[in-house]
Design a protein around this ligand. Structure first.
Ligand code: FES
Length: 96
């Protein structure tokens, strides 16, 4: 059993959703591939706030992270967003 966070249908292809209460960002960089990251910016600990044009964005100082792998696209962050494990069951995405 998983603890469901969101329906897979609710995660846009080429984008994602930020779930601050769970501390998780879930993206779907290509159709059918779901990836998850922690939502805490590795720069100074703000919660990332938006996903646009292929990046997960922190508004505190402007760091941007690639939706496919969390890699830094634009600083000041030097570390990527940390990966989180997820499972998909019955069309729901959740934490294992
Ligand atoms: S805390 Fe995110 S850019 Fe500084």
């Amino acid at each position: 059993m998983i603890e469901p966070l969101i329906s897979a249908d609710a995660v846009p292809v080429g984008g994602g959703v930020i779930l601050p209460a769970a501390g998780v960002v879930i993206t779907q960089p290509v159709e059918g591939t779901f990836v998850a990251f922690g939502s805490t910016c590795p720069h100074q600990g703000c919660t990332v706030r938006a996903i646009a044009a292929g990046t997960i964005n922190c508004f505190c100082h402007g760091s941007r992270f690639r939706i496919a792998d969390g890699a830094v696209v634009g600083g000041p962050a030097k570390e990527p967003l940390p990966h989180r494990a997820i499972k998909i069951e019955g069309g729901q995405i959740g934490l294992p």
